[in-house]
Design a protein around this ligand. Structure first.
Ligand SMILES: Nc1ncnc2c1ncn2[C@@H]1O[C@H](COP(=O)(O)OP(=O)(O)OP(=O)(O)O)[C@@H](O)[C@H]1O
Length: 313
């Protein structure tokens, strides 16, 4: 379905755009129907830039993004693309105009995509989509954004995507602003949508959320993929020092916080520890079936699952 092939993004930065900032470097991965792929990395690693390129909100500098084999740059009708691919972002409030009622987001897609659907039928569809995201239509329709919670607004945006019957959802930090119980609701909702065949790119800086929800994981650092594979393999046997340090930063029950640090015997990745190294050794090495790391040194380290923190006795 969606494929990224050696995708890079260079921004013009500095006064008068005289400086280049390489936000994404040679990234390749795919997202298939009925699959959740987590894109994980710290702030500034290029996650949102990738999401924005997939949504055609910013152009690709080099490489290609294809959807069903067609380069998305070559699409004659972006409208048809957006019928199948939609994004939901971190801050739901920013997607609503406070002057209008929140359900205007549904009216807008009706005008754009379904102008011939009769009002009564549209109302039924909207209510069905709202129930599908576990919202009570009576409680959310006709209300202004400030009268609804962040979780309700976020789920309305997902309902909007569902109404379009999309095939791929780019979910960019969609639960960062939600409280714990609402987070679980939205994650379970994503799992339901995946079961219905939706492909989801789940962008997050939070490794624990990635584990909960995804089939495959792509770990991004400084714009490059340092490790990727089935989520259970990446988490049971993290190969790259960066993945290990991200994992070590996740607090766990029965482990003391001050013991949650990377193995002191760890050596940095010889190829991606520095920008020079990254240039000398591009690409990923396969350590075990489907599990890749950014250098053969990391990949050769595959073996028994590593213990990252001493468990408290
Ligand atoms: N429009 C832009 N112009 C110039 N530089 C940009 C632009 N957008 C992003 N960047 C830079 O590109 C790099 C990657 O940014 P990006 O927003 O993709 O990272 P991110 O991993 O999504 O971070 P966060 O989790 O904080 O949102 C950063 O150094 C950022 O400053």
């Amino acid at each position: 379905m969606l494929r990224l092939d050696d995708v890079s993004k260079v921004y013009r930065a500095g006064a008068f755009g005289g400086r280049e900032l390489r936000a994404v470097s040679g990234v390749s991965f795919d997202v298939n129907a009925g699959e959740v792929v987590s894109l994980i990395g710290e702030s500034g690693s290029g996650k949102s830039t990738l999401g924005r390129m997939i949504l055609r909100l910013t152009p690709v500098s080099s490489g290609a993004i294809t959807f069903d084999g067609t380069d998305i740059r070559a699409l004659r009708s972006p409208k048809a693309y957006y019928r199948q691919v939609q994004g939901v972002f971190q801050d739901p409030f920013s997607c609503y105009n406070p002057v209008f009622k929140a359900d205007r987001v549904f009216a807008m897609i009706k005008d754009e995509y379904f102008p011939r659907v009769a009002a009564a039928e549209w109302r039924e569809r909207v209510e069905g989509a709202l129930r599908g995201v576990r919202l009570d239509p009576g409680q959310v329709l006709g209300r202004y954004p400030h009268q609804l919670s962040g979780g309700q607004l976020q789920r309305m945006l997902i309902a909007r995507a569902v109404l379009l019957d999309i095939r791929l959802l780019v979910a960019d930090e969609i639960i960062s602003m939600l409280d714990a119980s609402t987070r679980i609701d939205v994650l379970n909702l994503l799992a339901d949508l995946r079961a219905g065949g939706l492909g989801i790119l789940f962008v997050t800086h939070d490794l624990s959320l990635g584990t909960y929800v995804s089939d495959r994981t792509v770990v991004l650092r400084h714009g490059s993929v340092v490790e990727t594979g089935p989520t259970d393999l990446v988490f049971a046997n993290p190969l790259h020092p960066y993945t290990r340090s991200l994992l070590a930063a996740v607090p766990r029950l029965h482990a003391r916080w001050d013991e949650e640090e990377a193995d002191p015997g760890e050596t940095p990745c010889p190829y991606h520890g520095s920008p020079e190294g990254a240039r000398t050794r591009p690409g990923l090495a396969e350590a075990e079936p489907g599990h890749f790391a950014a250098c053969s040194g990391c990949a050769e380290g595959a073996g028994a699952p590593r213990k990252l923190a001493k468990e408290k006795a």
